[in-house]
Design a protein around this ligand. Structure first.
Ligand SMILES: [Zn+2]
Ligand SMILES: [Zn+2]
Length: 256
């Protein structure tokens, strides 16, 4: 399994992109940086997008990739929970902000949306996909993706603390999880459903208690302005847990 980090941050600038991961060129996790990172041929290779939740930084490139594929007579499968469908149909692809590509072209719409049921494993494009609810300010699911050769990654999407239940259902070799802000923002993180390095340490400690091991950990959704502070605090956490925890960056390639 080859994972490419297209976007690793929660704010966009010339040097930072919104969260988006690409697996083996065919499966995308979240859509914060799909069109801005991928050539037209690479966009056409994409078979499916798994969306964690409706926040703009995770769905932003759905209209733009849909329009590109519409012009080429291609389609894209999007999988997520009902709230994401409602957000797309009501706000982004509503025929006013942008074309109704959940309905057009008639009979064969560009965007084929499938509601995914959390806790129920599904086969999508040859991968086994398991959506598991996490704790964010709006309904959100993380995705465990198992490749045909048995490689397993779990991507949480945006989440706050309280993942003990979630850990019971996943057994990843690689955990891609968010850390949005440094420890001095803990109150903000708890209120808005995000993690700091300190909160991550607690969640990973519980993971090890529940599962008996710790996977390699890669972090996304960092606030770029606070990244140096996050990185210093994560180094302390990695030492305390004696485990590999790295901050993702745009263009990062991970081979499993
Ligand atoms: Zn969010
Ligand atoms: Zn976000």
């Amino acid at each position: 399994m080859d994972i490419q980090v297209l976007g690793a941050h929660n704010c966009e600038s010339q040097n930072s992109k919104l969260v988006s991961l690409l697996i083996d060129d065919v499966l995308a996790l979240d859509a914060g940086a799909l069109t801005s990172s991928l050539s037209f041929p690479a966009q056409q290779k994409l078979k499916a997008i798994l969306v964690t939740h409706q926040h703009y930084d995770h769905i932003r490139d759905i209209p733009t990739i849909a329009f590109n594929l519409f012009l080429r007579g291609a389609t894209i499968n999007i999988y997520s929970i009902p709230t994401v469908y409602e957000a797309l149909a009501t706000h982004l692809l509503n025929g006013r902000i942008y074309s109704k590509l959940l309905e057009l072209p008639q009979g064969s719409p560009t965007v084929r949306f499938t509601v995914i049921e959390p806790g129920k494993s599904e086969q999508i494009e040859g991968y086994s996909i398991l959506a598991i609810p996490v704790n964010h300010s709006t309904p959100t699911v993380g995705y465990q993706v198992t490749s045909p050769d048995g490689k397993i990654v779990f991507y949480t999407g945006d989440t706050g603390p309280g993942l003990a239940d979630c850990w019971k259902y996943v057994s990843p070799q690689l955990l891609i999880i968010e850390v949005t802000a440094p420890n001095r923002y803990e109150e903000f993180a708890r209120e808005s459903g995000h993690l700091t390095p300190g909160l991550l340490e607690q969640e990973l400690t519980i993971f090890r208690e529940v599962k008996g091991y710790l996977p390699r950990v890669v972090l996304v959704h960092m606030n770029p302005e606070l990244e140096a502070e996050i990185e210093a605090e994560i180094a302390v956490v990695a030492r305390a847990l004696n485990s590999s925890i790295n901050l993702a960056y745009e263009g990062m390639q991970i081979h499993l």
